[in-house]
Design a protein around this ligand. Structure first.
Ligand code: UDP
Ligand code: MG
Length: 325
């Protein structure tokens, strides 16, 4: 009930505060500049704001930079996680900390153009949208393998969970009530893009071209991306498990047909030495059983991890804006 009151009393005016949540990992070389650029856009457009910068356990000078910025600027809050938990967890930390009426999530490398912020805020204030999401019109510079993997992954998600993530990005503005709804989701292993698609609400999409990285290089190795993909697919849908059942049914039908044929051959004394058939059947049945077990295993591990319900992240340090001023 209290929550409903909160939703109703919200005011979509130019005074509404924008929280900008940015996960930062090993970006010490350019983070200060990136934040200055974003801040410049906000100041020019007179948008009240606060930054929530989350250092995802970087080992370079990222934290000292964030600390310094937060100590001298009352609009910048800095959180430091106890180790590298990954972007998804860092995002969680930032989202849970954010206080604003609307919350914007973006990357720290200026690949999400800050010039779009005024348009997003306007869509929230004037057009009343609850979620304004950035859609990648071009994926920026990526290698062929990466592009192919991304394609396959999005196709699987689209076909199995009926959610089109193809051009989705983590560049998103959310209303406070959407964030509150998001916080209700209890899973430990989060996939922000997918979860926010699941939430629904009135959405507007704004397309943008992915800029080149400010500097440094991407933190996502192919292995990490694959982990993210498996996590995303399995947390979305149980279709892989149903595939096993369908496969079983198909093989059962095959078994009946082959069984009848075999028996017929046997009783009509025409049975040949079906060595090849036996070998093939062994191989097919064996491998499908192993793949199926593997798939069940993936879900099992997920359940195990969720049941353990460890915290999504641990904060080792937190500096609220302008503490030293
Ligand atoms: N990031 C993070 N933890 C990680 C990896 C990345 O917080 O373990 C942050 C990173 O600092 C950046 C954002 O996630 O703000 C996107 O990362 P990156 O630019 O490396 O990914 P890409 O843009 O290539 O998808
Ligand atoms: Mg990037």
């Amino acid at each position: 009930m209290e929550k409903l009151e909160k939703i109703k009393s919200q005011n979509r005016t130019a005074e509404a505060k924008l929280s900008i949540v940015i996960p930062v990992y090993q970006e010490g070389s350019h983070i200060r500049k990136s934040i200055e650029v974003i801040e410049g856009v906000l100041i020019t457009n007179q948008i009240p704001y606060e930054f929530v910068l989350v250092d995802d356990g970087s080992r370079d000078n990222t934290w000292s930079e964030l600390k310094n910025m937060a100590e001298h600027n009352e609009n910048i809050n800095a959180l430091r996680l106890s180790r590298n938990f990954g972007k998804e967890s860092a995002l969680c930390a930032g989202l849970e900390f954010a206080q604003g009426d609307m919350i914007l999530v973006m990357d720290s490398d200026l690949q999400h153009p800050p010039s779009l912020i005024p348009e997003m805020v306007k869509a929230w204030i004037e057009e009343g949208y609850d979620v304004v999401e950035g859609i990648k019109s071009a994926r920026g510079r990526e290698n062929v393998l990466y592009k192919l993997c991304a394609k396959v992954f999005y196709y699987i998600i689209y076909k199995t969970a009926d959610i089109n993530l193809g051009q989705a990005s983590d560049y998103k503005l959310m209303d406070r009530k959407v964030l509150e709804a998001w916080k209700e989701m209890p899973e430990r292993a989060t996939f922000f893009r997918g979860m926010s698609a699941w939430l629904g609400f009135d959405r507007k999409q704004i397309s943008f071209e992915v800029a080149d990285r400010a500097s440094g290089k991407t933190k996502w190795s192919i292995l990490r991306l694959m982990r993210l993909a498996v996590n995303a697919i399995t947390s979305y849908t149980s279709v892989p498990l149903h595939c096993i059942t369908v496969l079983g049914i198909l093989m059962f039908i095959g078994a009946i047909i082959l069984g009848i044929q075999t028996l017929y051959m046997y009783f009509s004394h025409k049975a040949m030495n079906g060595f090849t058939t036996v070998i093939l059947l062994q191989l097919i049945v064996g491998s499908s059983i192993m793949i199926s077990l593997g798939m069940i295993g993936i879900y099992l591990t997920k359940i195990y991890k969720e049941v353990k319900s460890r915290p999504r992240y641990l904060v080792s340090n937190c500096i609220r804006g302008g503490e030293k001023k």
